[in-house]
Design a protein around this ligand. Structure first.
Ligand SMILES: Cc1cc2nc3c(=O)[nH]c(=O)nc-3n(C[C@H](O)[C@H](O)[C@H](O)COP(=O)(O)OP(=O)(O)OC[C@H]3O[C@@H](n4cnc5c(N)ncnc54)[C@H](O)[C@@H]3O)c2cc1C
Length: 424
C-alpha cells in the first residue's frame, strides 16, 4: 500500500498527533499529511503540561521536529478547527481526519463549593507556570498576565498521581532547584509559592494503591526543604512509598531549616468546601474511621484528571478517528500515546484497503488558499523558538512568549535569528 493521493488532516500537535503522523508516514509514504494546531506553536502538553523543570522529558520534541523538517509532514499552526474553519469543511477537504485534540479542562471535584475562585485545577496551574497564552484565549486581550492569586500559606491538593507530584515539587523547590528550567517567573511571583508552609495531599486510595510513581515521590523527598507527614496508613501496610516516607521523616529530625510540611492523607474523600472569612473550610472524610476533618486552607488545587470541554468537539464526530487522550481519556504518559497512534494508523490502513473512503479530496492547498498567511508554518515556529531561547534570562533555559499576538509578530516579522549570538 503506498497511499498515493490520500490526504490526511490530523487535528492537534501533541504527542498523539505527532506519533500518528510518524506511523502514517511509514505506512503510507506518499500520503499528504497535515497537522493542524490551534496555537501558533506545536506539541500540546509537552510544551504546556509537562513540568518546566523536567526539560529532559520535553526533549522528545527533537524527534518530532525531524518529521516536519525531513519527512514532509506539514505543520499548520494558528488554525483552530471549529473556529478558523469548520469541522465539516475539514471533512470535505481531506480523505481522512484524525482528532488528536487532547483533554483540556480540569475535572471538577463535584462537591458543594468546588467552584470557589481559590479552587484551581492542576492543569491550569501547570499551564500558567508553562506560560500558556490562556489569558489571550479566554479573554482575547493581549500582553496581560492572568490575575493569579497568591496561594497563601496552607494549601490542599486533591489527588495523588504524578500531576499532583509535579505541583508539590514546583511549589517546594527553591530558586536554585529551579535553575535551567523555563518556569514562568512572573507566575511564580504572582502565586507567591515561596510563602507556602504546608501542603495537605488528599487521596482516596491507600498508600500502596496510590497512583504516583515512586521516582516522583523520591524526587520531592530529596528537595532541601521538604518534610513529609503521613496519615491514613495502616502500620502493616508496608510498601516502597511507606519506606520512603519513613526515611524522609528520620532524615529531617536534625535539620536547621524550617521545612515545608507535605502531609499525605491517604484513604480520604473530599466532602465540601465553604468560605470562612478569607480562608476555605475543606471538609474531608477519613474512609477507614468515617471521621470528618475540617481543614482550614487558603487554596485547593485539584489534580483529579481532565475532561472534554464541550460534547460537540471534532473527536466526537462519527467519521473522525480519535487518538491519544481525546480517544482513551486522560491516562498515561507521552510514550503511551505511541501505542494508541499505531492502532489508529493500522485501522486507517485497513479501512483504506477495504475501500471505506475514497482518495480524491483536495487536501492542504485548499485550506492554505483560504487562510493564507494566517497559518504559522514550521519554519515560522522555529523563529518563535529561537526568539524564546535567545530571550532566556539568567538561570532559565528559555523565556516563552506569553501572548499569541507576539508569537505571530515574531513568526511573521522577525528575521531568522542566530542562536549563537555570543560566538561571533
Ligand atoms: C500537567 C501534566 C503533566 C504531565 N507530565 C507528563 C510527564 O512528565 N511525562 C509524561 O510522559 N507525560 C506527562 N503528561 C501526560 C502527557 O502530557 C499526555 O499523555 C499527552 O500530552 C497526551 O497527548 P495528546 O496528543 O492526546 O494531547 P495534548 O498533548 O493535549 O495535545 C492536544 C493538542 O491539540 C490541540 N487542539 C485542541 N483542539 C484543537 C482544535 N480545535 N484545533 C486545532 N488544535 C487543537 C491543542 O492545542 C494541543 O496542542 C502530563 C500531562 C499533564 C496534564
Amino acid at each position: 500500500m503506498n497511499g498515493k493521493f490520500l490526504t490526511v488532516a490530523i487535528v492537534g500537535s501533541g504527542p498523539a498527533g505527532c506519533y500518528t503522523a510518524q506511523f502514517l508516514r511509514k505506512e503510507l509514504p506518499n500520503a499528504e499529511i497535515t497537522i493542524f494546531e490551534k496555537l501558533p506553536v506545536p506539541y500540546g502538553l509537552i510544551r504546556y503540561g509537562i513540568a518546566p523543570d523536567h526539560q529532559g522529558t520535553k526533549n522528545i520534541t527533537a524527534q518530532f521536529d525531524r518529521m516536519f523538517t525531513r519527512d514532509g509532514v506539514n505543520f499548520a499552526g494558528n488554525v483552530n478547527i471549529g473556529v478558523s474553519i469548520t469541522e465539516q469543511e475539514l471533512l470535505d477537504t481531506f480523505d481522512v481526519v484524525v482528532a488528536a485534540t487532547g483533554l483540556y479542562k480540569d475535572r471538577l471535584l463535584k462537591i458543594p463549593g468546588d467552584t470557589q475562585k481559590q479552587v484551581i485545577g492542576a492543569g491550569k496551574f501547570l499551564r500558567t507556570l508553562n506560560t500558556y497564552p490562556e489569558w489571550d484565549l479566554e479573554h482575547t486581550q493581549q500582553n496581560t498576565l492572568s490575575p493569579h492569586q497568591p496561594l497563601g500559606e496552607h494549601i490542599a491538593i486533591v489527588g495523588n498521581g504524578n500531576v499532583a507530584m509535579d505541583v508539590i515539587r514546583l511549589i517546594t523547590k527553591n530558586d536554585s532547584e529551579l535553575e535551567s528550567s523555563d518556569i514562568n517567573d512572573n507566575a511564580l511571583k504572582a502565586y507567591s509559592t515561596h510563602q507556602v508552609k504546608q501542603i495537605d495531599v488528599i487521596g482516596r486510595s491507600s498508600i500502596s494503591a496510590a497512583k504516583f510513581d515512586i521516582s516522583m515521590l523520591r524526587e520531592i523527598s530529596k528537595l532541601s526543604n521538604v518534610q513529609f507527614l503521613v496519615q491514613g496508613v495502616d502500620a502493616d501496610e508496608k510498601c516502597p512509598a511507606y519506606d520512603l516516607f519513613e526515611e524522609n521523616t528520620k532524615s529531617r529530625v536534625h535539620s536547621s531549616l524550617t521545612p515545608i510540611l507535605v502531609n499525605f492523607i491517604f484513604n480520604a474523600s473530599p466532602l465540601s468546601i465553604s468560605r470562612v472569612n478569607e480562608k476555605l473550610n475543606f471538609s474531608i472524610q477519613h474512609n477507614q474511621t468515617e471521621n470528618i476533618e475540617d481543614i482550614q486552607c487558603d487554596t485547593i488545587i485539584t489534580a483529579i484528571g481532565f475532561e472534554r470541554e464541550n460534547s460537540s468537539e471534532i473527536a466526537t464526530y462519527s467519521k473522525v478517528y480519535p487518538v491519544g487522550w481525546a480517544n482513551r481519556g486522560p491516562i498515561g504518559t507521552v510514550a503511551e500515546n505511541r501505542r494508541d497512534a499505531k492502532t489508529v494508523v493500522m485501522s486507517i490502513c485497513s479501512d483504506l484497503s477495504a475501500g471505506k473512503f475514497s482518495t480524491e479530496k483536495p487536501g492542504f492547498y485548499k485550506i492554505k488558499n483560504k487562510l493564507g498567511s494566517d497559518i504559522v508554518d514550521f519554519e515560522q515556529w522555529k523563529k518563535i523558538e529561537r526568539y524564546e531561547l535567545l530571550s532566556a534570562t539568567a538561570n532559565r533555559c528559555r523565556k516563552k512568549i506569553m501572548s499569541i499576538s507576539k508569537m505571530l509578530d515574531v513568526a511573521r516579522n522577525q528575521p531568522n535569528l542566530n542562536l549563537f549570538k555570543h560566538s561571533a
